[in-house]
Design a protein around this ligand. Sequence first.
Ligand code: COA
Length: 333
Amino acid sequence: MKDVLVSDVYALINRCFANVSYNGYQHVENFPHVFSPANSSFLCVEALEGSIGLQGACTVYPTSWYLPSGLGFQGACVGNVCVDVPFRNQGIGQKLLQYAEEKAQQWGCCFVYLFSDLSEFYEKAGYRPYGAENFVQLNPDFLVQFWKILKNEGLKNHKDSWDVQAFVTKEGRMSPFLNVLWSFIIQYSSHCFCLLSFQDFIKMMQIPDMEVFMIFNNRENYKDIDIQACCFLGKGSDFQNVIHGFYFKKPEVCLILLDFIVKNRVPKDQGQFIIMTSQLTAFFKAQNCSLFTTYKMFIKILDGHGKFDEPRFCKDVLDKHEHDLDVHSFQSS
Ligand SMILES: CC(C)(COP(=O)(O)OP(=O)(O)OC[C@H]1O[C@@H](n2cnc3c(N)ncnc32)[C@H](O)[C@@H]1OP(=O)(O)O)[C@@H](O)C(=O)NCCC(=O)NCCS
């Protein structure tokens, strides 16, 4: 990065991802947790610079993965791989991936992962697909179908016996529920993997202005509340107006949360809310609702040198969960 200006890298990334940026923001503005200069200790922009200037860039940052048993290991999330148009198809993209992998190995990571729909490009570099991350845009068409599902599922009857509560993180009102919410997330974490440690979870709950929605019964005694589903809205300045992190006993129950959010939070120009969750969108897909976009997750196991020095272990675990891995990535501290 010595001779490359960060502003040039941002400009390159914005140019290359102009077609996927949403909410009217430039791509870089949508992901401040990756691009903020304050986070530069874990931001690594690998830029290839020749006499003709910046040709390509990507980001990579470490994340901690935890199994419910408490066993943890390090992975690195690669993102924003891009090569300027005149320099494409000359192997620069593959080189960027190699640089990112070397960086991950220096950090002691056992594997690298990323979300993409470019199978050919990543499989060529040794990445294998696992799971998916789906994005659904709540445009008017989608909402029409959504209300139909809600009606068909007959959920309105249930609504009286359940309570939907919204909490703004960092307000303190949430604190009595933290343990019970954490237990719920661990128990109903979509699959065996949970990417959050308790500490990560607590940090997340301190993000200013993120909203946590929960649906539960037994409102008398918070220790005994029976959470049915939860989700999050926004993420501070990041992922504004994005509903994310659905955890639930049954996907149908999430419709009640969505109903609540749509009625109480969706602004007049209704196209802006995006749901990100793999199982829930599978549910919507089954109801013939259209998805906005889907990204596969790709993983590459790195050989040796991992902090936990257990690449075999990672491989075994990942292989075992090849078909049901569901991943939410969070910024590591
Ligand atoms: C994807 C991208 C980074 C590839 O960079 P690149 O330097 O051209 O890639 P390389 O020269 O290293 O590799 C080219 C190979 O990747 C594959 N590939 C490259 N771009 C591809 C694309 N858009 N779709 C499918 N395969 C692609 C080709 O199969 C090609 O293989 P070949 O050499 O057998 O023809 C570049 O096209 C880009 O910046 N795209 C826009 C941003 C983007 O979508 N990034 C990926 C985000 S997940």
